[in-house]
Ligand binder design. Structure first.
Ligand code: PLP
Length: 410
């Protein structure tokens, strides 16, 4: 097996891929006709047309070459392998002269664009410096005087920060299918609980909890407590039965929804995220915020939100990469969750650190352990070609029958 080792990318290679765009010589891959048409009619955002199918394919090749050169391939933090949209990059480059400024004149515009995109009035939106900041703020606003209820494992930002503040966190183990155990969560939602945290789709498990049951739990819980629904991976979901909880915000319930610029928009380094909640809740959260995205976060996110063609392209490629992984894991006979995100979570039967080391030797950086699922592994979705290389490497690393189902037993 040839390791997926980093290879140097030269400026000449980069230019070659760009010039192929102009010549229209790049294969457009397996785009559906409808998406291809939507992308073409949306028009190029840059002179070289990177958001046309041909342009995106060239962008993909350039990205793959750069990621290899930087190697090992980053598949550990659920980042967007394609990075920010070219239109976002252009907005940032155009705003370059503001780089020494405090504050961001673009924030009101970003708020307006975001409010329109999710269909709420602007007073229902708060922009934060990454959703991690929101998780801290919500702890301060709703957690400090009471206790917190969450499924476990889940995204650790909020519970970890709460415990640092000395807040008691009730962690309800996931159900056997690794979705939220909502019956038990409901029973544990006593008067002592002031804040319920729900991450849907969940990280690290990648799956969504059955929609009707989840919505009924959120709605009922919100009559007894504040509920924060983290929808960081909303944009990658393809399960038609899934819906966002933003409509509950619109209905005036005690629900806060968080979304991020770090995933489909590829802006993790720019620390930009969005909070959707009732105006009185926003008014309680806003004074606790100690920072906000700077000039570049505001400009980049505003451009990216309007670049629906680029988002559609990233989503489609993510689905392709995800399917490659699902097929490979099924072939190996391993249990996995139904990923609705930009990562997969599956049983290997081996301690995660051994899998990590073996994959690193083959050129891939993959996710860490998420106790108690220490013999399951999380791998982020890169480009389809990268996932084909991962799929080819996996049998050598975890091949054969799983050694045990581990302590998780799920
Ligand atoms: N919420 C979830 C569920 C995540 O998985 C992550 C990052 O991986 C975050 C929030 C953090 O997002 P941000 O980059 O906006 O802080």
């Amino acid at each position: 097996m040839t390791p997926f080792t980093p290879s140097a990318v030269s400026r000449r290679q980069w230019l070659k891929s760009s010039s192929l765009v102009a010549g229209g010589a790049i294969a457009t891959g397996s785009l559906t006709p409808a998406l291809a048409q939507a992308l073409e009619s949306n028009g190029p955002h840059l002179e070289n047309g990177l958001t046309t199918p041909a342009g995106f394919a060239a962008h993909e090749r350039m990205v793959e070459a750069v990621r290899r050169a930087d190697g090992p391939i980053r598949l550990a933090s659920n980042e967007n392998p394609y990075g920010m949209a070219p239109s976002a990059r252009k907005a940032i480059e155009d705003g370059w002269k503001q780089h020494s400024w405090y504050g961001a004149p673009g924030l009101p515009n970003l708020k307006k664009i975001y409010a329109q995109s999710v269909g709420v009035p602007e007073d229902h939106i708060m922009i934060v410096a990454g959703s991690s900041e929101l998780l801290s703020i919500v702890n301060l606003a709703y957690g400090v005087k009471g206790e917190i209820l969450t499924a476990w494992p889940t995204y650790e930002g909020l519970p970890r920060y709460a415990e640092t503040l000395g807040i008691k966190v009730h962690k309800v183990p996931l159900a056997a299918d690794l979705t939220h155990d909502l019956d038990t969560m409901d029973k544990r939602l006593t008067q002592a609980i002031d804040l319920v945290f729900v991450c849907n789709p969940n990280n690290p498990t990648a799956n969504v909890t059955e929609n009707r049951t989840l919505r009924s739990f959120v709605s009922s819980a919100s009559r007894r407590s504040m509920v924060l629904v983290d929808e960081a991976y909303h944009d990658f979901v393809t399960d038609p039965s899934y819906t966002s909880c933003i409509d509950m915000v619109k209905a005036g319930e005690n629900v806060i929804v968080s979304r991020t610029g770090s995933k489909i928009h590829g802006l993790a380094a720019l620390r930009t995220a969005f909070v959707i909640a009732r105006p009185d809740i926003i008014a309680r959260l806003q004074p606790l915020s100690t920072s906000a995205p700077g000039v570049f976060g505001a400009l980049g996110a505003a451009a990216s939100l309007q670049d629906t063609a680029y988002q559609a392209m990233c989503k489609q490629r993510n689905v392709e990469g995800r399917e490659i992984m699902k097929t490979a894991i099924a072939k190996l006979g391993r249990k996995m969750t139904d990923s609705q995100t930009n990562f997969v979570f599956f049983h290997t039967g081996m301690p995660v650190d051994l899998v990590q080391k073996a994959m690193l030797a083959k050129g891939f950086m993959i996710g860490r352990a998420f106790p108690p699922y220490t013999d399951w592994v999380r791998i982020s979705i890169g480009t389809p070609d990268e996932m084909r290389a991962v799929a080819a490497a996996l049998p050598e690393v975890i091949g054969g029958a799983p050694k045990s189902m581990g302590s998780s037993g799920a």
